[in-house]
Design a protein around this ligand. Sequence first.
Ligand code: ACO
Length: 372
Amino acid sequence: MTVTRGLEGVVATTSSISSIIDDTLTYVGYNIDDLAVNASFEEVIYLLWHRKLPNKEELAQLTKQLADSADIPQAVIDHFKAMPINKVHPMGALRSAVSILGEFDDEAEAMDEEANYRKAIRIQAKIPTITTAFARIRKGLEPIAPRNDLSFAGNFLYMLTGEEPDSIAIEAFNKALVLHADHELNASTFTARVCVATLSDIYSGIVAAIGALKGPLHGGANERVMKMLAEIGDVTNVEPYIQQKMVNKEKIMGFGHRVYRFGDPRAKHLKEMSEKLTKLTGEPKWYDMSVAIEKTVTAEKDIPPNVDFYSASVYHSLGIDHDLFTPIFAVSRASGWLAHILEQYDNNRLIRPRAEYTGPGMQVYVPVDERM
Ligand code: ACO
């Protein structure tokens, strides 16, 4: 047996959804750089689920289906109101809430293609409503019902704040959603595929994926980037702070990637947005510190920033609570998870690797009374 730690370089499946070749990320063959500048998140959802960009009618239909499905069961709201909400991380709450959604979906156990597609729409539509409802309830505010006349990005910001967002905020948030939508066989997507490859239901796959995304080595990094920026406080503190982390052999959150050799192609778009938004909000220090951190880390270790690094200052500039950064990642990545789950069902085989055993050799069972 050859052990490949962390499955590095292992090709575990074929997929026609997204690809990373020579540090270029494409969704269904469309360069992420084109999509980030031109596409709405709704178009990207369609692209990932149908492997083609929608025409006007197809886009209008999906947009309507998403808007019509965005409400959440009262049970989710009641659950949030009953829990010790200020002690619960929003990713934990999202994980539980998606599980509850499954309990209220009459088709939860249906495994035909059409039912799974209908569930994909419902899950994609409801995750933003869950996230924003949680964010409001913990502040003692009532959740805001989704509107069907706003874009996916606009609706999220509206449900979070109760105010109609301006076009700059919508553009930035839409771009962030587009950039986070899919990423080949990343840890949470792989988790989703492993789960549903047992022919478990789609809700279980999404719950499993949310659990994997939550970790700081994956989606949880963006929240920690903001924590680091707050700890550093000022651009003059960057160098000693990073040097100390290096001496302690601590990872710098938002840097490094398993797959990219020269850098994450999503990072530059977020960097641009970070510069623009931090200037607009009168807090350029978040961008300036981020740039200084990037310079120091790349000089010391030649490790470039990943998608999570500049997204932190972008979301902060949009006035979003820091612990909502990872749920926002889930709002977007749900589209990729769902595409991969549907693809897995379509050509399924159980995913079951092996482990090289390193425990003791054969032992003789001794009854408990006779054990030392
Ligand atoms: N800061 C400092 N050193 C790092 C970092 C980092 N962020 N990332 C990697 N390294 C170093 C490691 O210390 C190691 O050095 P060594 O060989 O001298 O021991 C080497 O680079 C390889 O690192 P691994 O952790 O083995 O790389 P792996 O491919 O397993 O991990 C990962 C990739 C998890 C992304 C890693 O770079 C990391 O922990 N980054 C910080 C967390 C983060 O930003 N996660 C988000 C990733 S993107 C996403 O999931 C959306």
